[in-house]
Design a protein around this ligand. Structure first.
Ligand code: CP
Length: 310
């Protein structure tokens, strides 16, 4: 595993290996305190972040390495004055790992192709692999396994979290049902549907099923997952229309009544309470959103150590 650009490029063995490594690091923290001594990570941000930015920085600090935050808006690349190819070649000479949260996945691929050090996708328009790896660590801890589960995703499904979840379920053999409006604006892109069908076939698993019926998706689910209806890239003026379109896909008590009694609620955060999820669900007993957020730290350590062969 040279980079973490997309979950489609890693094997089920590497996927589970990262989760197992994170469990080990989390349980024996003192064993790993100097694992990344003198290593440096650069974090390029074009989009906002709380969890990803802080968990990566704390992970590097706790492993005795260092992290640099680099906001792209005033960078030569952000101003259209430098190619991503040259950014990759330059940063590879200073840093041991390059990570980026940029909207364009094709720019991230250019970064990975031209860097001579590992590259991590901290979120693009095509995926959020670190998030979903952390989520599967949480699933392992809370439900005792990472395969053979029924996962329901409700809401805006034309987004990076859904895409990485589709890839993860195709890799690991979990059944995923996505409930979203029929409108293309909210449904997974055809190219991702095709890609994940091929991935599922390769590993003899089932690809995600897409429906417009949220109660059907939630039926007997072990996990109910949603994401913000106002992802970072969406202009504020679209808010009212989107809230109206997505309202039937809200995760609420009625939706949860369809799921297994042991079902848990997951959300990658930030959340808009009262929109994609009701307060009583996100702040209720079934919600595991804060252990989910905490595990971002542990999985980031596992990702960094794996890519640096530690
Ligand atoms: N879930 C997630 O990636 O959070 P941030 O956008 O705050 O990093």
């Amino acid at each position: 595993m040279k980079n973490l650009v997309s979950l489609s490029n890693i094997s089920p063995k590497d996927f589970q290996g990262l989760i197992d490594k994170a469990i080990e690091i989390k349980s024996r923290k003192s064993m790993y305190t100097r694992s990344l001594f003198e290593k440096s990570l650069i974090m390029i941000f074009q989009a906002p972040s709380l969890r990803t930015r802080v968990s990566f920085e704390v992970a590097m600090t706790q492993l005795h390495g260092s992290a640099i935050n680099y906001y792209s808006e005033n960078s030569p690349w952000g101003l259209g004055k430098e190619s991503m190819e040259d950014v990759a070649r330059t940063l590879s000479q200073y840093c041991d790992v390059i990570s980026a949260r940029i909207y364009s996945h094709s720019e991230l691929k250019k970064l990975a192709k031209n860097a001579s050090v590992p590259v991590i996708n901290m979120m693009t328009n095509d995926g959020h692999p670190c998030q979903i790896l952390g989520d599967f660590l949480t699933i392992q801890e809370k439900l005792g396994k990472t395969k053979g589960l029924k996962i329901a995703y409700l809401g805006d499904a034309e987004n990076n979290v859904t895409y990485s979840l589709m890839r993860a379920c195709a890799l690991t053999g979990n059944s995923l049902t996505i409930a979203c409006p029929k409108n293309k604006e909210y449904s997974p892109k055809e190219r991702v549907v095709t890609e994940t069908k091929k991935l599922a076939k390769k590993y003899k698993n089932k690809a995600a099923v897409i429906t417009t019926d949220p109660l059907k998706a939630a039926k007997n689910a072990d996990v109910i997952y949603t994401d913000s209806w106002m992802s970072y890239r969406i202009p504020q003026e679209e808010k009212n229309r989107r809230l109206k379109d997505l309202k039937p896909f809200q995760v609420n008590k009625k939706v949860f009544s369809q799921a297994k009694k042991t079902a848990v609620f997951m959300h990658c955060l930030p959340a808009m309470r009262g929109h994609e999820v009701t307060e009583e669900i996100i702040d209720g007993k079934k919600s595991i959103v804060f252990p989910q957020a905490q595990n971002r730290l542990h999985i980031q350590k596992a990702i960094l150590m794996k890519l640096l062969n530690k």
